[in-house]
Design a protein around this ligand. Structure first.
Ligand SMILES: Cc1cc2nc3c(=O)[nH]c(=O)nc-3n(C[C@H](O)[C@H](O)[C@H](O)COP(=O)(O)OP(=O)(O)OC[C@H]3O[C@@H](n4cnc5c(N)ncnc54)[C@H](O)[C@@H]3O)c2cc1C
Length: 341
């Protein structure tokens, strides 16, 4: 019998000076951004491995979709340029592979305080030690307080491929269905967090069980108050169908208003936020939106989230006059206590 010719072995693409290992799964450890981008360009569809904590959680669904099995892995661990943190005049610039624990160790004088508090409350120390800011931003889930705060602060992301470099707002990273816009050869390399001159800030995570890992809902608010009027304000809402929402119309309605806000102002804002949240929790036409949801009135979880978000936002707006009070409550105490409305 004629022997079948052996199948030629697929050779992983490597570049000189870059180590790769393991026959089962090729792992690359580039040392510079240039090497990283070259490798990714030559091996599209590779798994970008930052801290691995999100990938670990996602393994089951990967297997269900046909597996990450043979895809090469590109580790960011040794790319020095991705682990830098630079303080500039107007913003903090953070390499995508900086672990959250490192940001925590930099302290709240440099990392905006509300963000710092969210970082030290993220998962356990071991997770913070591995999980990177870039990995958190690129993960398919947007359930974190850190992300909700970055939306409010208009964080900017540097996206690079071998052919181009560009900056986008964090709100532009994911499409309406939550899918990332990054193409197969693009990497998040740096994150810029503008400092802003906020003199009021507040962020709160509240879940059905008081846990921050899969919170029921997240609210983050920042405001600049000058001469008893709202010069600028940012409001973002997380935990909503795996998305973070910022509604500029609501922020614009509030800009220039005197504090304390009048009953009329507050009820206008309340109706705007009700419309906004209803759009997510009670889609009129499920076929049109593609979102599977039931009316808030008969879904206790969604109803709880919507009601909690509304009330906490109104509480924030009602307390803009009292920066010390907001600071105290926005601190570590009581942040994850159970709140039921
Ligand atoms: C115990 C535990 C607790 C957790 N708690 C939370 C929580 O409270 N909130 C929460 O939201 N998540 C949580 N997670 C999920 C996970 O930690 C986050 O998604 C996380 O921050 C991912 O960061 P990472 O560096 O580990 O990313 P990785 O797991 O390495 O990567 C995550 C995804 O992003 C891609 N990626 C990473 N870096 C880049 C880059 N620079 N450019 C392009 N793509 C990139 C990867 O390819 C992958 O698809 C938790 C996970 C564990 C294990």
């Amino acid at each position: 019998m004629k022997e079948r010719p052996a199948k030629p072995k697929k050779q992983p693409v490597t570049i000189p000076g870059v180590k790769s290992a393991s026959a089962a799964q090729t792992i690359f450890f580039p040392r510079s951004i240039k090497e990283l981008l070259t490798l990714y360009n030559k091996n599209p569809g590779s798994i970008i491995f930052a801290g691995g904590t999100g990938i670990m959680m996602n393994r089951r669904s990967e297997r269900e979709r046909g597996g990450a099995g043979g895809r090469p892995v590109i580790s960011l661990k040794r790319v020095q340029d991705l682990t830098k943190v630079v303080r500039r005049e107007r913003f903090l610039e953070i390499g995508a592979a900086v672990p959250l624990s490192r940001l925590a160790s930099i302290g709240s004088r440099i990392v905006p305080k509300t963000l710092y508090n969210a970082i030290i409350n993220y998962g356990y120390y071991g997770t913070r030690n591995l999980a990177t800011l870039g990995g958190l931003i690129c993960s398919p889930w947007d359930y974190s307080e850190i992300i909700t705060i970055l939306y409010a602060l208009d964080a900017q992301l540097e996206i690079r491929s071998i052919a181009h470099t560009g900056w986008i707002l964090i709100s532009g990273l994911k499409k309406a269905d939550g899918e990332s816009i990054l193409s197969e050869n693009e990497i998040l390399t740096r994150v810029r967090i503008p400092y802003g001159s906020w003199n009021r800030s507040y962020s709160r995570v509240f879940g059905m069980d008081g846990s921050s890992t899969y919170p029921g809902a997240i609210f983050s608010g920042f405001a600049r108050i000058e001469k008893e009027s709202i010069e600028d304000i940012r409001l973002s809402f997380g935990g909503i169908g795996n998305r973070v929402i910022r509604e500029r119309n609501i922020e614009m309605t509030l800009q220039g208003k005197k504090i304390p806000l009048t009953e009329k102002d507050l009820s206008l804002i309340e109706s705007q936020i009700t419309d906004l949240l209803d759009g997510f929790y009670k889609p009129k036409d499920i076929k049109e939106t593609g979102v599977l949801a039931t009316p808030a009135s008969i879904n206790p979880v969604e109803s709880y989230r919507a009601s909690a978000l509304k009330r906490i936002m109104l509480w924030f707006l009602n307390n803009l006059e009292y920066p010390d009070y907001l600071g105290q409550i926005g601190g570590l105490q009581n942040r994850q206590s159970k709140l039921y409305f």
